[in-house]
Design a protein around this ligand. Structure first.
Ligand code: URA
Length: 435
């Protein structure tokens, strides 16, 4: 079948058969189609959409375009969690070790930062020696021996998605519900999961700005994953403020280790981590109900078992063997650290979260172009949360930057991105997880 025939059908709003979708995806994998044809297909799907069964066929075909990992004989369920992207979201650094300490196995393939949102791979790249592309054999061995491994998506997992994604990125076709759904799920299905928990974020720092948009994406992900044979649950979480106290790759690793070792646990981060982790344990049959699952996760933190799993994973993937004992966990510090002060007294009632993600990107913590290097030392720490009251001159956060001029620019942007209302202003905290 000709690519242009498949494109014409979708352009005219017709439903594609599984055979037509499989044919198109085969062509993506074996380079039969030109970039123009792939771009036209993506735009046709973006404008015309897909029925659920078409999206299941697209997901399955992309999954089958590469290697599919199998996990025979593991003594526990194979589980994963995926987030649609946020600012300061370091939950993917926490849950693999916590779930592994509760008896699950988590082979997490993760991505690099996209736009203003951070990526788990970039965060882990701050750890000296950590191998993000350890090769198939080592990845599987670490999952078996430690219970979790977090690495970059291998080029051999759903390669058709990589080709389509690169072209979507250049043609304004990222924002398509069926294409996002198939892209995320094909990679997750290829890693051989038995259960997946999705964290679909909404708000001014998320890809979905509104709750209804996030609900629609969550429903698409859950239904398509179910159709492709992967039991999946989705939680919808608030991204109208930074999650936790830090933004920036190395700083988020330090916050994650503070969390795992119990040195500091920001309440919203803790709530979301337990909520997502509880769904993972229930999905994997490791806990019967929510309260029991949360207690089990908390026990894994309190006993030090989760921190110990994280440290073992890092050591097994080439990082320092004494990560937990080193000051700053062995991570490099930025040359400049500057306090950003509240310009007036008031209650912190709003954050422009996307703007905060962008200012960290422009400090060098993210990429403008796919091949840009990143500076894992830069970002924000000690960031205050919505609802907190500050005195004039009290620190709002600390900026970590390569030089003083960059720190001052970022500090001014942070002040402008945070709304300080009258000290007694009413403020109703948003729930971190929406049912
Ligand atoms: N993340 C992905 O992996 N794919 C998308 O299309 C969007 C976000």
């Amino acid at each position: 079948m000709l690519a242009q025939e498949i494109i014409r059908l979708k352009r005219d709003g017709r439903r594609l058969s599984s055979a037509q979708i499989e044919c198109f995806v085969r062509g993506l994998g074996d380079d039969s189609w030109s970039e123009a044809q792939i771009a036209a297909f993506a735009m046709a799907v973006c404008l015309r959409g897909m029925q659920r069964d078409e999206c299941v066929a697209l997901t399955t075909a992309m999954l089958q375009s590469g290697r599919v990992i199998a996990w025979p004989d593991l003594p526990g369920p194979v589980l994963d969690k995926h987030s649609t992207g946020g600012v300061g979201d370091k939950v993917s650094l926490l849950l693999p070790a916590m779930v592994a300490a509760c008896g699950g196995f988590v082979p997490m393939v993760s991505g690099r930062g996209l736009g203003h949102t951070g990526g788990t791979c970039d965060k882990l790249s701050a750890i000296p020696g950590y191998e993000l592309a350890p090769g198939t054999g080592r990845f599987e061995r670490v999952v078996r021996e430690v219970g979790c491994a977090v690495t970059a998506t291998g080029a051999d997992l759903a390669p058709a998605d990589s080709r389509l994604y690169a072209i979507r990125d250049q043609t304004s076709t990222i924002e398509s519900l069926p294409l996002i759904t198939a892209s995320i799920l094909s990679k997750k299905l290829a890693s051989g999961l038995q259960g997946l928990v999705m964290d679909v974020k909404f708000g001014n720092g998320a890809f979905c700005e509104t709750l209804p948009a996030a609900q629609e994406l969550a429903q698409s992900l859950v239904e398509v994953a179910g159709g492709a044979g992967l039991p999946t649950r989705a939680l919808i979480s608030d991204m109208n403020q930074v999650l936790g106290r830090t933004v920036g790759n190395g700083l988020e690793v330090i916050e994650a280790l503070d969390y795992l070792t119990g040195r500091a646990r920001e309440p919203r981060l803790h709530e979301l981590t337990l909520a997502l982790g509880a769904e993972m344990l229930m999905l994997g049959g490791l806990a019967g109900e929510r309260d029991a699952a949360r207690l089990k996760l908390q026990a894994a933190l309190d006993s030090g078992a989760a921190a110990e799993r994280f440290a073992r994973m890092v050591a097994a993937l080439g990082g320092p063997v004494d990560l937990l004992e080193q000051p700053r966990c062995g991570l490099a510090a930025a040359p400049v650290a500057l306090e950003v002060l509240a310009s007036r007294a008031g209650r912190l009632t709003a954050m422009q979260t996307r703007e905060i993600g962008l200012l960290v990107l422009e400090l060098g913590g993210g990429r403008r172009r796919a091949d840009d290097p990143i500076d894992t030392r830069v970002g924000l720490s000690e960031l205050r949360a919505l609802g907190e009251t500050l005195r004039a001159g009290e620190p709002l956060a600390r900026v970590h930057a390569a030089d003083l001029a960059a720190a001052q620019v970022a500090g001014a942007r942070l002040q402008a991105a945070c709304t300080l209302s009258e000290p007694g202003a009413a403020w109703q905290g948003a729930p971190v997880v929406n049912e």
